[in-house]
Design a protein around this ligand. Sequence first.
Ligand SMILES: Nc1ncnc2c1ncn2[C@@H]1O[C@H](COP(=O)(O)OP(=O)(O)OP(=O)(O)O)[C@@H](O)[C@H]1O
Ligand SMILES: [Mg+2]
Length: 436
Amino acid sequence: MMVFDDILPCLTNILTPHLGALKSSLYPIYINRDLNGRVRLIVNEIHETDPNIADLLAAIAIEIFEKLSPHGFPPEHAILWEVDPKALLSDKTKVALDGCPGVFVIDRLAVDGDWSVIAPVAETPQRVAFFSIKGGVGRSTALAATAWALAEQGLRVLVLDLDLESPGLSSSLLPSDRRPKRGIVDWLVEDLVDNGDAVLGDIVASSLLSREGEISVVPAHGGDPGDYIGKLGRVWMPKLDAQGGRETWTKRLARLLDLLEARLKPDIVLLDSRAGIDETAAACLTGLGASLILLFALDGDQTWTGARIVCRHWLNTGVVLKIRERLQVVGAMLPETDTANYLDSLTESAWTVFSDEVYDEVPAGSVSNVDGSWSFDRADNPAPHTPWPIRWHRGFAALRNLHDRLDGIDPKEVYAIFGPLIDGVRDVTGLEPVRP
Ligand SMILES: Nc1ncnc2c1ncn2[C@@H]1O[C@H](COP(=O)(O)OP(=O)(O)OP(=O)(O)O)[C@@H](O)[C@H]1O
Ligand SMILES: [Mg+2]
């Protein structure tokens, strides 16, 4: 029985014997994989009346139906005739079909969050995404500590809680009486009816934790969440304009970030992403132009299976070069005992995935990062796979109130745990402390 994962290899087998004949007239060739996971060819309609091509396509259509069923259409519906497929599909995600140069699969997904549409890096201010495959690894705590430390150095830090389905970051930076009236979800819902400006000023609050710089916090929801479920169910909506234009929710979020930056003039933006292979996480990692994407990792199969899935998707959709130099592994909650062995094993796991999916293959004996290749040895430091370590510390375990913990904390205590992360973020983004 044919299943989803068999579709692409089977298409390769079907098309390979016909490549020569197809090449002369049809290239590039597009295959549509629809929302139900059924495939058909997309062909320029000028070929509809050419008997040679029509016969060849009819034979391929029969083969697709017979071999791909139930993932193929009946032959009479197996070809979509389009006026100008190349122009029509110019902005769509294309997966190159293995072994068939010039053949591309257009993948239609039921969700708008697209892992393979990579926004260019936003330069000023730089944006840093805090992401992990597994939840509960100390991402939000580390983000709050980083915001606190950078602000201590006199910097203006903007923090967004983009973990919309499980918000909480803002409570670590704001006491309950300082929460803003509304949050990101309110703006996203109002924006659908062109009413975003009415709430923009109500979604930011300034944290009193900062004595030198500024920490502006934009929570997922306001002090009173209101009908949060009712709003959350609408934030993913694309916005349609009168001309039929369509702005995805990721683009709307990017627009909100631009507006906040124009208003608050931060030196750096820290984004608390949702964990896992999730639509909100996709927006945060790929759609907002983050120049640094921190992958918080515990050593274990769950983290590395998930990380490999995401990296392989970037590889297969041809976008890995656009994103790989932004990635950095963070070793989350390093155990108190046997720390060196744990870190070594974490580094090995990270290196295995990065060298398989992300780094260029460098022939044995040659030097990495010469001749334009981009690769790192296992022992290289710094390297994207070499974890920035964060130690597990009982003083941060199972905190009921991180805000009170950070209030008046000794900087040395923060640096002893989060120092490599804080320094790493500052160095990679090229930020100069205003007050060293
Ligand atoms: N370095 C640390 N040492 C010990 N405990 C920590 C550390 N960092 C965070 N914690 C604790 O671990 C728990 C999870 O932390 P946090 O909420 O920051 O994780 P998260 O990755 O953001 O989780 P989620 O995926 O649910 O958003 C909290 O109880 C927190 O107090
Ligand atoms: Mg969190």
